[in-house]
Design a protein around this ligand. Structure first.
Ligand code: CO8
Length: 263
């Protein structure tokens, strides 16, 4: 377990030895609000994990009761526009969104503002039935500033995104699922277990395929259909050069368990 102190809390990284890792935000007195050391700690861990070939899938979570109640409001109340700009805090979010391995957010309790934006930097969101999700920034005199207006709109469409962003309304996990904001709803007591189980299942699969699939899906939000189809074709052609493609197809035909090498 590696721990980074975050002024009243910590960010923790646990490698489980089976190809998976868990990154946990723990700052209970502030409802896991993301102060600067927390965001820096997250970025440091995600950069490290991105360089670690033994890690095939990552779970990002808070506690059993609370995901993240947003960016730390105390950090921002007296901040000027220029100070805000000079923080360049987009670098910290980019480390999470840009990690090549799949990231599964396990969300219980509140995922608000920067907390929901953090979850939306992930690839899969598993939410406990009691979770509440929202982008309440407008109530603080700002707007979502870590991808909320862009990622939420791409995930659920303009009219549902507007409903959440224009009045900061919170929604529960079932509604988030129906909207397409959450991948799966589970019992609160099982959220983390579901997430780590999914991470373990993914970790057994050929990592080059998994990571290429992640890139291709993410690209679909950014490019025209023709460009996306071209990129997908090229990506699958490249995978035909991998050991794991030969192994996966060979093992299927020979009715045996494949041994993937990540090559
Ligand atoms: N920031 C700082 N402190 C917080 C935050 C937060 N986001 N959320 C909770 N806390 C603190 C409270 O101030 C309180 O501290 P204290 O005990 O010292 O008074 C403690 O946590 C407990 O909070 P509550 O008493 O309010 O706990 P409840 O269980 O009653 O309520 C809630 C929990 C519903 C989560 C409530 O705390 C809440 O509404 N929090 C604020 C939610 C919010 O507005 N989030 C959005 C923040 S803005 C944002 O995320 C901007 C993102 C864009 C960043 C742009 C970067 C480029």
């Amino acid at each position: 377990m590696t721990v980074i102190s975050t002024d009243g809390g910590e960010v923790l990284l646990e490698r489980h030895g089976d190809g998976t890792a868990t990154v946990r935000v723990h700052r209970p007195d502030a409802r896991n609000a993301l102060n600067i050391p927390t965001r820096q700690g997250l970025a440091q861990f995600f950069n490290e994990l991105g360089d670690d070939e033994d890690i095939r899938a990552i779970v990002l979570t808070g506690s059993d009761e609370m995901f993240v109640a947003g960016a730390d409001i105390g950090d921002m109340v007296d901040l000027s526009a220029v100070e805000m700009m000079k923080r360049r805090s987009e670098r910290w979010w980019a480390a999470v969104a840009g990690v090549p391995q799949p990231v599964i957010a396990a969300v219980n309790g509140f995922a608000l503002g920067g907390g929901l934006e953090l979850a939306m930097c992930c690839d899969v969101i598993i939410a406990g039935r009691g979770a509440k999700l929202g982008l309440p920034e407008v109530r603080l005199g700002i707007i979502p500033g870590a991808g909320g207006t862009q990622r939420l709109t791409r995930a659920v469409g303009k009219f549902k995104a507007m409903r959440m962003i224009l009045n900061g309304e919170l929604i529960d996990a079932e509604e988030a699922f129906a909207m397409g904001l959450v991948s799966k709803v589970t019992e609160d007591a099982e959220t983390y277990e579901e997430a780590i189980k999914m991470a373990r299942d993914i970790a057994k699969l050929p990592p080059l395929s998994v990571q290429t699939a992640k890139e291709a899906v993410n690209m679909s939000e950014d490019v025209s259909l023709q460009a996306g189809l071209f990129m997908e074709r090229k990506a699958v052609q490249v995978l035909f050069a991998s050991h794991d493609k030969k192994e996966g197809m060979g093992a299927f035909l020979e009715k045996r368990k494949p041994e993937f090498k990540g090559e």
